[in-house]
Design a protein around this ligand. Sequence first.
Ligand SMILES: [Zn+2]
Length: 408
Amino acid sequence: MRVTWTRDEGVWRLVFLLDPEDGTTGACTDGTPVELRTNSCHVHTGAGGGSPHPDLLALSAWTVVAPWTRRRVTFDRPISPGLAEALRTGWGVDAGPVGEDARSGARLAVSYSGGADSMAVAAMFPDAPFVHFQRVSHPRVPNRWTHYRAEVLADLARRSGRELHIVPSDLEFLLSRPRPGYPEHHAVTVGALLLADDLDLGGVALGYEMGSRWLDNGRQADRFASDNPMWATHGPWGRLYAAAGVPLVLPVGGVSEPVTMRMALGSDLAHLVRWCLRGDMSGPCQKCGKCLRKELILAAVEGRPLKTTLTAASVPARVWQQPPPYPGQETIEYGCARVPGIETTPFARAAEHLRATVESTRWMDRCYPPAIDETPEPWRGEVGAYMREHIGLMTADEQRQVEAWTAV
Ligand SMILES: [Zn+2]
């Protein structure tokens, strides 16, 4: 893979060329098959991000090209030996040229989407700048996803009153399969990476919660390994970000979605929380699958009946009429065990299958301590103190429930 970055009027353009051994089909780190549609994308950093350290450009590019690279990656600027080593040990690829000193920084940025999980992170770090990824159309790819209202999420982020850097990018349209999306989940951080020198960033915080980091419906056998590939501090991506001087930080990696929902609702930004990609400034659409799932969590956290016009026959509710496993099943168990009158909602069948109780799901109310232990310095102490003071830590028994958890 050969990678070139050019910049014109505040826009970085990434162009990449496949080597003979590379392919246009590949897999993202979580195993999702992805297919390449085009070989260029843009990242709008505006006046900032004019001359990032080459490791930051290389890492940004790697979040885009990793699924299609087989044996080597050639960047257009020399990278540090540490970054090349992290690519070699993490992916088995030769990376170069090498010949730059490593970089470092001091501040933590929050990759802020405006959803409950990233709002929970924002609540933990009230002085951290936000970097918001905004999806925009690609000049060479038709946008069949115009119902995604990325500009609404950006407007909501603007109302936060926090230091905010909105970074529009069309990189999701590089994919033709399964649909536009991040080639690697880590690509959401491209804005933070390209701005890292301007903002003196020494870390980037993401809203991945316990389900994403540790549970994964019980699928990955190595999800508790310290070098788990997706998000572990000592895994391939964790080591790569650390080598670029911007370690990945998952401040809510030890808590469940019901807990991040409580944290978001208790924060000064609560009126701006938004997980739906389809609603306008007046509110979420209340008709999509994501709205229905989050309404279950909200109702559980607020201890009230479900409010929805969707029925078991509605298309977004179809998944809940099937037997498990369900996506993010632990959260569905939590909701079904707590929402009054669940038997009259679109989740009735799921609740019958799951037979979850308040007692069987109580472990999701506390923080899983190994998530604190793996938080990179210098943020470990702050994350640990917050969790002990505001959330509480799991008992040894509850930790074992996390480790034994499986969706089937
Ligand atoms: Zn919606």
